[in-house]
Design a protein around this ligand. Structure first.
Ligand code: ANZ
Ligand code: ZN
Length: 798
């Protein structure tokens, strides 16, 4: 506070809740979409679990702060919020508490919405959207039918995790150490018909698009790239001895063909199924299937196999290789079959060791093959005409030789699989497909959408509810009008969240998924969310947007121009979570400190992308700072009619830095900058005209980070915050500063120069200083060391 003449204002206590109540109504600055010069700012919408945690508070504060910043810079902003409202937790809660999932969900939404308001997180609630409402999922059904018509959706048999006790399909994360999470039963693999979206059709686009995402974190781009996982390799076809069938393998190491000592197929490969006609083989195959289907799960488990008593013939060497089924061969990668090369692949080495298969080495190396595989490429040995070639030469030569025999070729393979979107669950969007005994699969007529999820249900029947509801199940075929049945699977909730950013723009529109007038509002300008969504969610959203682009609903291929991945919130170094019992809830903090202190702490404690360590002292500190701000602005002295140029210069340098930090999304240092501005004010003995101007700058830069107090204090001094302050670059450029001059490391004087002056200009100024000149003594300058803003050291020869 300015210490000269105290004003006559009576000192009031800092009361954040009171301040919030009188400023709140003026903080909403969101507009409708479609405005010129608009920023579409979107934090990932939440799953309405009912628990509003610090991670939410962080995500939604970051977005709000950027929103206010852009608003002050003359942009209109669109920042909607909605709810990712379908999914398993609601269904589980429904079973547990005997409550309808919708009731549970809506109650949670209500609670969480209150938290948003309490924390001053002002979203455009006119666009509130819930994925469990028919007006939302109608367009999802429509979208799926368009994908089906474009040959991007299909049904096929796929292996799922099956809980034999609960008689239900389990998601990978519901399989814990090979057991069902609820029943504890050993999980089996089971094949059922499921719906897929053909993400692989866009594999190359998804990969090449990554290079256009220059405002995405490189880490996230790398994760996307790895997930798509393009591999260069060879397809090789082996004849099955004594039959006219063949088995195809995909290998990235065609150079090791002569090191193959068996062919392994997946337990559900046609050859294994055929062999299972023999009851004893069928029995042996069973244990290969009693494990989860996720790659991570498969990687962990012991590698086991069964000899199928058949042989494959190598197309190049004509060697006979035994065919086995093995649990670690995935049916849906490559061709569901591999050549076993124990000497050069670690998994294969383990397998061969267990079953006493040969380990022929074909790459030259000093290596103990009894212990491990040798993985590096090199020079071929024991490989007939290919001996002496490098691995890469051999791959090319072998591919030519295979091609000549029509037994293989070079092949690009993607790790990316098609996206399984079927869930055998009630609480999800019904898949709008009909099964007719005459016409097969027929999409529902678009005019009949939405296919509503029946709401009058009970969970007693346990398994698939939709199957047990004749009103839902029975319908007529849209093609032939005969009686037919509906698909009873519902969509994976990842589909719900893969296009919501587009729908927000047209929320409530009953004619279009996205009004053509609004499609230029895509892409989202700034998308903010947790790193845990770096792979699947972003990939699915990118895929769907590429499809929207294809059918003319989006102007761009990519949905999100800039991506900010926020770090985790930690306490004592561990993730803040209910299971660890180290939760600090925003609502508890709010009761004590109010919204502004929480927002300030969240922003100040760490850069957005790094993890944030919770600290009680930290929030206390913010609270104290706000108290001082409140006190300063509610106890104002009349300004002295003088200026303080040095304080003005300082304020301009800080303002410039804050502005740069906003552009770099370094929101933590913008808070530090605001505090420095405040220090200029409180460190000054007098309140001058200069300080009056700095006060306004301070309150303006506070508005995005602590909006309530900023408005309250600006009211107190009769100032209206309405645009970002322009930087007085003149003053910064023409500022004079003192630079210390050394000769051979010894201080010889100071010179006044321009703050922006170059090394040469400072050297000239130094050379016109008589004392410095004396010490230079016409000697030759050997080196000049310049520390801008501080020092110039001239090194001369002795
Ligand atoms: C022979 C070989 C020799 C292999 C060697 C590797 C090293 P990426 O790079 O991820 O594409 N593979 C192929 N299909 C498979 C399936 N369905 N399930 C499990 N494994 C499969 O991996 C390609 C390699 O993964 C292929 O190259 C194959 O093993 C294995 F020294 O073939 B390789
Ligand atoms: Zn029909």
């Amino acid at each position: 506070m300015a210490s000269s003449a105290k004003s006559s204002n009576t000192t009031t206590q800092y009361d954040p809740h009171h301040i919030q109540s009188i400023t709140q109504s003026r903080l909403q600055n969101n507009t409708d979409p479609g405005n010129k010069n608009q920023q579409y700012i979107l934090p990932m919408f939440p799953y309405p679990s009912g628990q509003f945690h610090m991670g939410h508070a962080r995500n939604y504060t970051l977005a709000c702060t950027l929103n206010q910043y852009y608003h002050l810079n003359g942009h209109s902003t669109f920042m909607p919020m909605g709810w990712d409202a379908f999914g398993l937790p609601a269904e589980n809660a429904a079973i547990k508490h005997n409550k309808h999932p919708k009731e549970w969900t809506n109650q949670n939404i209500k609670q969480m919405r209150e938290e948003f308001d309490r924390l001053g997180l002002y979203y455009n609630w006119n666009y509130d959207m819930r994925t469990c409402e028919p007006e939302y999922y109608r367009w999802q059904q429509w979208l799926f039918i368009q994908m089906y018509k474009h040959d991007l959706a299909y049904q096929k048999n796929a292996t799922v995790n099956w809980d034999p006790v609960d008689q239900t399909v389990l998601a990978n994360e519901q399989v814990i150490n090979g057991k069902g999470w609820r029943s504890g039963a050993t999980v089996e693999r089971k094949e059922i018909k499921q719906w897929f979206i053909k993400t692989t059709a866009y594999a190359n686009d998804l990969l090449s698009g990554i290079s256009t995402l220059d405002k995405w974190p490189s880490q996230v781009k790398q994760m996307q790239e790895n997930w798509i996982g393009k591999s260069q390799g060879l397809d090789i076809t082996f004849q099955v001895e004594g039959t006219d069938t063949s088995v195809q393998v995909f290998t990235t190491r065609g150079d090791t063909l002569f090191g193959a000592s068996a062919i392994l197929v997946a337990p559900t490969h046609p050859i294994a199924k055929q062999a299972a006609n023999d009851a004893s083989i069928a029995k042996q195959l069973k244990p290969l299937m009693t494990t989860g289907v996720s790659e991570a799960e498969i990687e962990k488990q012991e590698k086991i196999g069964v000899a199928l008593n058949q042989f494959a013939i190598c197309p190049i060497s004509n060697r006979k290789l035994p065919i086995w089924a093995a649990n670690y061969v995935l049916m849906d990668y490559g061709h569901g079959a591999i050549m076993l090369v124990p000497a050069h692949c670690e998994r294969d080495h383990q397998f061969a060791t267990k079953y006493n298969l040969k380990i022929p080495a074909v790459i030259q190396a000093e290596h103990d093959y009894a212990k491990t595989a040798y993985l590096t490429k090199g020079t071929l040995i024991n490989s007939g005409v290919y001996d002496g070639m490098s691995s890469d030469e051999a791959i090319i030569k072998i591919s030519h030789d295979l091609q000549a025999k029509n037994a293989g070729k070079l092949k690009e393979e993607f790790r990316l699989r098609d996206w399984g979107v079927s869930r055998q669950r009630y609480w999800g969007c019904p898949i709008p497909m009909i099964h007719c005994s005459d016409c097969g699969i027929v999409p529902e007529k678009e005019e009949n959408l939405p296919i509503k999820l029946p709401t009058d249900i009970t969970f007693e029947s346990g398994t698939n509810i939709l199957k047990s509801l004749p009103e839902f199940l029975n319908t007529t075929c849209p093609k032939c009008n005969k009686s037919a049945t509906r698909e009873t699977d519902t969509f994976d909730t990842f589909l719900d969240s893969s296009w919501y950013y587009a729908r927000f723009l047209s929320q409530g529109d009953t004619h279009h998924l996205l009004d053509p007038k609004l499609k230029s509002s895509l892409p989202v300008d700034i998308y903010i969310g947790g790193i845990e969504h770096a792979i699947l969610h972003l990939l699915y959203a990118r895929f769907i947007n590429m499809f929207l682009h294809k059918i003319g609903l989006s102007d761009t291929k990519e949905p999100f121009k800039e991506m900010i991945t926020q770090g985790m919130v930690l306490k004592d170094g561990a993730k803040m979570s209910k299971s660890k019992g180290n939760i600090v809830t925003p609502s508890d903090l709010h009761a004590t400190y109010g919204a502004d202190a929480i927002r300030l702490f969240i922003l100040f404690a760490a850069p957005p992308t790094q993890s944030l360590e919770w600290s009680d002292a930290g929030i206390e500190g913010m609270h104290r700072f706000l108290k001082k701000v409140h006190h300063y602005f509610t106890n104002q002295a009349k300004p002295l009619q003088t200026e303080r140029p040095e304080d003005w210069l300082e304020s301009q340098k800080i303002l410039k830095q804050i502005t740069t930090d906003y552009e770099k999304r370094q929101l933590n240092t913008t808070v530090a900058g605001a505090m420095k501005l405040f220090n200029i004010l409180t460190n000054s003995k007098d309140r001058t005209l200069t300080h009056e101007k700095i006060e306004k700058i301070f309150l303006t830069v506070m508005k995005p980070i602590a909006p309530h107090i900023a408005l309250y204090c600006s009211d107190a001094i009769g100032f209206e915050i309405n645009h970002w302050p322009s930087i007085d670059q003149e003053t910064i450029d023409h500022a004079q500063i003192e630079i210390s001059i050394q000769v051979n490391g010894k201080m010889r004087g100071k010179v006044k120069v321009g703050a922006q002056d170059s090394e040469d200009q400072v050297l000239k100024a130094a050379q016109s200083n008589p004392i410095v000149l004396k010490h230079l003594d016409h000697k030759q300058i050997r080196k000049v060391i310049f520390v801008p803003g501080r020092l110039l050291n001239i090194v001369v020869s002795a």
